[in-house]
Design a protein around this ligand. Structure first.
Ligand code: ZN
Length: 203
């Protein structure tokens, strides 16, 4: 079942999520629905508060594999990497964020088994280390734009280049202006955003 994604400005995204004591059938169903919702929105990860559930659960990808982590904890961080991030709860926007390049993260999987992942951003795993840090931030009520370099925060705008080819250009914007657009339920013209997320704002 596809779950509606909460958009920035929704108070649940600012809340610290609660630890999961016992994994219930409802939690397992939630995880399946989160996998489906992540796939439908073409996301790299999705945290439970983004679908309105304030619990310490998130799903993410390493290459083609999908994983769930419950009560995740990062036990080691090393190195530094700066890359573009986006967020399903902040559609149409991207910005640069500095993260640890390598992390070790432990938690429980959807079968309640203890799991540990050693993740490193790079060719093998894509940006799994960055993704896990972004998702755990969601569980703590922190959005990536709060960590982003302010000068890099941009709308993704659909444009046509000199050769008449479709192109995406970045247009700098402030955090306040993004929030104002979502509150007004209207994107600026030509913002590049998936229909399923556009509907969440312009409903
Ligand atoms: Zn996010």
């Amino acid at each position: 079942m596809l779950l509606p994604i909460r958009i920035w400005g929704d108070p649940i995204l600012k809340k610290k999520a609660a630890a999961v004591d016992r994994l219930t059938p409802a939690d397992k169903k939630l995880i399946q629905d989160m996998f489906e919702t992540m796939d439908a929105a073409d996301g790299a990860g999705l945290a439970a508060p983004q679908v309105g559930v304030s619990k310490r659960i998130f799903v993410f990808r390493i290459g083609d594999e999908r994983h769930a982590l419950i009560n995740p904890k990062i036990t080691l961080r090393s190195g530094e990497v700066e890359g573009e991030e986006g967020c399903l709860s902040i559609p149409g926007v991207q910005a640069k964020v500095k993260r640890a390049k390598r992390v070790v993260v432990s938690g429980r999987d959807q079968n309640n088994k203890p799991v540990t992942f050693e993740l490193e951003d790079g060719e093998d795993m894509g940006r799994a280390a960055t993704c896990v840090q972004h998702e755990i931030d969601h569980l703590d009520g922190v959005l990536y734009l709060e960590r982003a370099e302010p000068k890099t925060i941009s709308w993704l705008i659909e444009a046509v280049d000199d050769e008449g080819e479709d192109d995406i250009i970045l247009r700098r914007v402030s955090r306040d202006d993004i929030l104002a657009a979502y509150k007004a339920r209207k994107f600026p013209p030509n913002v590049h955003v998936l229909d399923v997320l556009r509907e969440r704002v312009e409903r």
